[in-house]
Design a protein around this ligand. Sequence first.
Ligand code: NIG
Ligand code: FE
Length: 435
Amino acid sequence: MNSEILIPLPYTKSNAKMAVLIRNIKSLIQVDRKEKAFLAGDEMKDIPTIDNAWLLLDNERIHSYGSMEKFPETEQFDNLETVDASGCLVMPAFCDSHTHLVFPNTREVEYVDKINGLSYEEIAERGGGILNSAKAIQEASEDKLFEDAMQRLDLITGYGTGAVEIKSGYGLTTESELKMLRVIKRLKQNSPLTIKSNFLGAHSIPMEFRGQQEKYVDIVVNEMLPAVAEENLADFVDVFCDKGFFTVEDTERILEKAAEYGIRPKIHANELDYSGGIQVGVKYNALSVDHLEFTGEEEMKVLKGSGTMPTILPGAAFFLGMKYAPAKEMMAYGLPVAMASDFNPGSSPSGNMQLILSMASILYRMTPQEAINATTLNTAYALGVENELGSIDKGKIANIIITKPINGIEYLPYAYGDNKVWKVYIKGKPAKENQ
Ligand code: NIG
Ligand code: FE
């Protein structure tokens, strides 16, 4: 692989200085959150907003904002671009804290098997699902994986995503897991988005280890993790701790080892059963536990006050036709709720966070305010970037969405399927514009 190869990409990183003044903003949403790392329970009901506002971006950062009644001095800024946002809302770009967007092939044929009645677990048992992708990744070149993933990043930027976590987990051999993680590293170097990498060696049990999965866990612990740590390729570690996949004991072994390297967990938990995944995640101080369809009183009790972000993945539950995680009960219990896309070829083939907003409201009965909190500041926390992203605050990274002219935030989840985003600024620079 030659990382010097120049590939024509939709956008490039640029260091040119510029400032952007966005004026006449109908409503500036999710402001003044600096003292909040995340929002829990009743706090999620509220979205601080300034109507008739301006917002000034200076290079990578949010410089200042306020009401149009007190307009800022801008003489000091050279290279100032001014945008008239009359009728438009401005909000922080979405943070998508759970994706698998590096993958070699789409899996729509299996999806038809699903329509015809096979379950996710049955498809996995016959070597489909994650193992199908793991086979394809052996043949995929790093360049092709990189180019495809860059296109997907471009696509989700157009829907308003500004930060994203990307997992490995379609490798399932040391060599292929490293291949995936190196691709993610290259994405970090080439994309303007904020990207976090997650090592998910324990995503599925390869066929040859069925019935003796502890031997596969041995490889994850003794071979993969040391190699990943050596190259400093993972911000986080993940395990699919669920029925038919990895047990609590397997998970503990992996998280113990990861802790030796100082790698914090984010866990796939309780998607298919009351797996104990939430409890083991909290025990090992996971930054998030994700999926959570099987969450009861016991799990909520463990999560309360823990620092582990309960993260629901509406796309996967919707696409697989599963039951929905109890979002409202969690908030009533005083818990925070984050929502991410789970963009992947098997259970959620879309990374459109606007669709997640709609699902939050339609399927989980969350208000637009709760849904926006769940997809901005709470997912920023679940990415470990809440000090930098997820709200409009002075000094934070300027990842900003300007919507098309719309009546108010209610329209965002309501008009499902439409792209309501007009312009996207990433690190203070124009990254995408939709018609
Ligand atoms: O988050 N639950 C496990 N892993 C993914 C699915 C990955 C796949 O099927 O390719 C998920 O849904
Ligand atoms: Fe996932």
